[in-house]
Write a protein that binds this ligand. Structure first.
Ligand code: ADP
Length: 165
């Protein structure tokens, strides 16, 4: 049984995240999308809302025999990976600018939990500039983000900005 975790803030889920989930699915039997409950950031969506949106979108993703699950965690990613009995941590790399931070995190996680490997997957070219932060900024200024985030996420962003829910 090859289980991986795909940790991140997912505030909110983008098509870039979904691309990494699709690309990693042939490599694992199970992938746990692990939503970080990060108290220092000022998120647009609560962890519960982020998990709910991911759960709604995942059935639309073609992943063959790989099973997808969603969970939230706080604290160290390495601890969560160990608790989940995962053998790998999946991360996406968009540009060289991601690399230095990701390398530091991967080395630290390996020191904390030597049995778990970080697996990097390169972003799809069409999503290599997509980040949750950029999507929120563009959306809040009235720009078009269709095709870059799932429709359901866009609806939730609209509701959030219009009525705060
Ligand atoms: P974090 O705050 O941990 O970086 P994110 O939700 O921003 O959380 O990202 C989670 C993971 O998804 C990271 O490995 C990030 O590099 C990857 N990722 C984010 N956007 C994209 C994208 N457009 N293409 C590929 N990978 C991405």
């Amino acid at each position: 049984m090859r289980r991986a975790i795909f940790p991140g803030s997912f505030d909110p889920l983008t098509n870039g995240h979904l691309d990494i989930i699709k690309r990693s699915s042939p490599l694992f039997d199970e992938i746990v999308i692990a939503v970080l409950n990060n108290a220092d950031k000022n998120p647009m969506f609560s962890v519960e809302e982020r998990c709910e949106m991911i759960r709604e979108v995942l059935p639309l993703v073609e992943t063959g025999t790989c099973r997808l699950m969603v969970d939230s965690f706080s604290g160290l990613t390495a601890d969560f990976a160990r608790q989940m009995k995962a053998t790998a941590i999946v991360r996406g790399i968009r540009a060289v600018s991601d690399y230095e931070y990701e390398l530091r995190m991967a080395l630290m996680n390996r020191r904390l939990e030597p049995t778990i490997e970080t697996v990097f997957l390169m972003a799809g070219e069409e999503y290599s500039y997509v980040s949750s932060t950029l999507m929120k900024q563009v959306f809040q200024l009235g720009g078009r983000v269709e095709g870059l985030i799932p429709e359901l996420v866009e609806d939730r962003m609209r509701r959030k900005t219009e009525n705060g829910v």
